[in-house]
Design a protein around this ligand. Structure first.
Ligand code: OAD
Length: 245
């Protein structure tokens, strides 16, 4: 199965990849839905990742994201991120679509990154929805918007919110035009991102999943490779770089 994927990748002019929390697991960042270790096994998303939760308890939500920002700052890209950056360098048209908010793909050297769920290192005004880079050090938690005085929040997509339109348009366009579409480390249960592999498949792409274990997508795609992304992706890259060139 890996050989067939490699042969498709070798000839593909256009490749799109959808990543989820599993791609960052080997960097020490917890996923959402893995039993025991997943964030949603330990925390309730309705208390932490919705606009209503923020309105109810802005301090709790801000502090939870501050904790996660700390994890991200202490983490480094792993071999899966690095292999995807290398795959981009050898593919004429490559789009890396990620549900992750940790920014590790860019830190690994990926260039054409579409962040569907925002970025945890950015902050925006809750009321005005504009990105804010600096704010007065008043000691308020969350800090206050320098323009309107309202509360600041992380620039991520919460449950019940729509995805940034430009990111979604770029993701669907990439899914439609690619010849190979990879799903890496995602449970494939969160919409609308979970539709992208099917959009790619309907548009003629060869669609493969790389995951630790079979998930929601597993019987609907062309190929499944099970194991840690940090092992499988470097193997694919090494094969591409050695065989048949
Ligand atoms: P999930 O936690 O739902 O799924 C992570 C997937 O990664 C699972 O299928 C695991 O089996 C797999 N996995 C874990 N470690 C892996 C490894 N080393 N190599 C390969 N696969 C591995 O995370 P997402 O699918 O990213 O949204 O979740 C989607 C969205 O749900 C997130 O973006 C977040 C969350 O609620 C928002 O916050 C809006």
């Amino acid at each position: 199965m890996i050989e067939l994927l490699i042969s498709h990748l070798r000839t593909a002019e256009s490749v799109a990849v959808l990543t989820g929390a599993g791609v960052s697991a080997e960097s020490g960042i917890p996923t959402f839905r893995d039993a025991q270790t997943g964030l949603w096994a330990r925390y309730d998303p309705h208390e932490l990742a919705t606009p209503e939760a923020f309105r109810r308890n802005p301090r709790l939500v801000w502090e939870w994201y501050a904790y996660r920002r700390g994890l991200v700052a202490a983490a480094a890209p792993n071999p899966a991120h690095l292999a995807l950056a290398a795959l981009e360098r050898r593919t004429p048209d490559f789009t890396l679509i990620t549900q992750n908010v940790d920014g590790l793909h860019r830190r690994a050297g990926s260039q054409n990154v579409v962040e569907l769920h925002g970025n945890i290192t950015r902050t925006k005004c809750f009321d005005e929805d504009v990105v804010v880079e600096r704010w007065p050090a008043t000691g308020d938690v969350p800090p206050c918007c320098p323009s309107c005085g309202g509360p600041l929040r992380p620039d991520v997509v919460w449950f019940g919110e729509t995805l940034p339109a430009a990111a979604w348009n770029a993701a669907t366009a990439a899914a439609r035009r690619c010849q190979v579409f990879l799903c890496v480390g995602t449970s494939g249960v969160v919409q609308p991102a979970a539709d992208l592999p099917f959009l790619a498949r309907r548009s003629g792409a060869y669609v493969a999943e790389i995951n630790l274990a079979p998930g929601a997508l597993h019987d609907q795609l062309d190929a499944q490779l099970y194991g840690p992304a940090g092992e499988i992706l470097p193997r694919i890259l090494a094969a591409l770089e050695t065989i048949g060139e």
